[in-house]
Design a protein around this ligand. Structure first.
Ligand SMILES: Cc1cc2nc3c(=O)[nH]c(=O)nc-3n(C[C@H](O)[C@H](O)[C@H](O)COP(=O)(O)OP(=O)(O)OC[C@H]3O[C@@H](n4cnc5c(N)ncnc54)[C@H](O)[C@@H]3O)c2cc1C
Length: 356
């Protein structure tokens, strides 16, 4: 057998798991169906927990040049509230994901882009045969089941020249509406990253992702970036999904493939890197069935609890009345958001870290 581990998917979850396994002396093959840089629908905001975890595992440098985030401005109708943030940064996914792959390769991982591996494929005797398989194939991979009524995602990155100067670097702008929300942030080269979650019926009745985003922005007092409706938006399947299994005989599931909750709190990459760093010491062990339970318990501790808070926030956002009340309360007393901000930014308990 050529490989100790095969990692399917080179997003943050896959690259970090691959690198951490290689740093533990494992022979690792990392594959992705895409070539990089690839387009990924994402708000591109890494919170304090993601930043701290990357630093702990010696990957702080991948954030070089990222925009420091100071606050999030949340709008509901004509009202808006400013909440101070802690230690977050904005970095485009083209740069972030490519740097993570480079770091994995530097640690000894072999990376093959443009390589699609159907998850049902039997790899025995093939060039991909490995002692353990890590499924890090994101929202569209894995066998996580979409929850009924889940929203879908959409995203686009506008050139700096085409986007309104109203949206200044260092602030996340979140426009909320009855049928979804739109987040806007400047990334390292001043482009405007736009990522959104919508009710699927609303996208259909609006005539597409771009017009849907325009409608939600028009309900606020904020300007609509020029060309927003006609830009080349990319969509996602249903966002909120629960996993059927987190591990099985000689495989582990990590990142979005292990379940996801719609992205208002902007935590998916933190969940991905924290759980990848925690999976590596488990997946690096000689295989025995007890590892399945170990990973299930670890995943529950690191991700499931955090996703619970995210679920509560997304339920509030389904109600225009509750969202309006929350924004009004935050307008008067921004400090009310502090416990949530603190909780979102706290990384997991110290990791079993390999020295750099
Ligand atoms: C609208 C929206 C906004 C978001 N905003 C934020 C935010 O601001 N902050 C934040 O932290 N998170 C955000 N997220 C979440 C974040 O994008 C994800 O949680 C994160 O990318 C998960 O990383 P991953 O490695 O699990 O999956 P991905 O990054 O999706 O990577 C999976 C990879 O697997 C590859 N792949 C899939 N199937 C196969 C196969 N069969 N064979 C080979 N390769 C395969 C894909 O090409 C892909 O490169 C947002 C998500 C959405 C939809």
């Amino acid at each position: 057998m050529m490989w100790d581990a095969l990692v399917i998917g080179a997003g943050p979850a896959g690259s970090v798991t691959a690198r951490e396994l290689a740093r533990r002396g494992r022979r690792v093959l990392l594959v992705d169906k895409a070539t990089f840089p690839r387009t990924k629908v994402c708000g591109c905001c890494l919170n304090g927990a993601a930043v701290k975890t990357l630093e702990r595992i010696g990957l702080g440098h991948v954030l070089e040049g990222a925009v420091q985030l100071n606050r999030v401005n949340i709008a509901a109708g004509s009202r808006s509230a400013n909440v101070r943030l802690m230690r977050g940064v904005a970095l485009s996914r083209d740069v972030f994901d490519t740097r993570l792959i480079e770091s994995a390769v530097q640690a000894g991982v072999e990376f093959r882009p443009n390589t699609m591996i159907p998850l049902s494929r039997d790899l025995t005797g093939s060039e991909f045969e490995a002692g353990v398989v890590i499924v890090a194939s994101g929202l569209t991979g894995g066998d996580a089941i979409p929850e009924p009524g889940s929203r879908i995602g959409g995203g686009v990155v506008l050139p700096a020249s085409a986007s309104d100067r109203f949206f200044t670097p260092g602030t996340i702008y979140m426009a909320t509406g009855r049928n979804g929300y739109v987040g806007l942030v400047r990334v390292e080269d001043d482009r405007l990253d736009i990522a959104a979650a919508f009710d699927p019926a609303f996208v259909k009745s609006s005539g597409g992702l771009g017009p849907a985003a325009e409608t939600i922005l028009q309900e606020t007092d904020w300007p609509v970036p020029s060309g927003l409706a006609t830009a080349a938006w990319k969509g996602t399947p249903a966002l909120t999904r629960r996993p059927t299994r987190l591990a099985g005989h000689k495989y582990f599931v990590v990142g979005d493939a292990a379940g996801y909750v719609e992205p208002f709190t902007g935590e998916g990459m933190a969940w991905a890197v924290m759980s990848a760093a925690a999976l590596a010491p488990i997946a690096a062990q000689e295989w025995h069935p007890g590892l399945i339970r170990e990973w299930e318990a670890t995943h529950r501790r690191i991700v499931a609890r955090r996703q619970h808070l995210c679920r509560v926030v997304s339920r509030v956002l389904r109600s225009p009345m509750l969202t309006g009340l929350a924004v009004r309360a935050l307008e008067v007393m921004p400090m009310l958001a502090r416990p949530v901000v603190l909780r979102l930014n706290r990384p997991d308990t110290p990791l079993n870290v390999v020295p750099t």
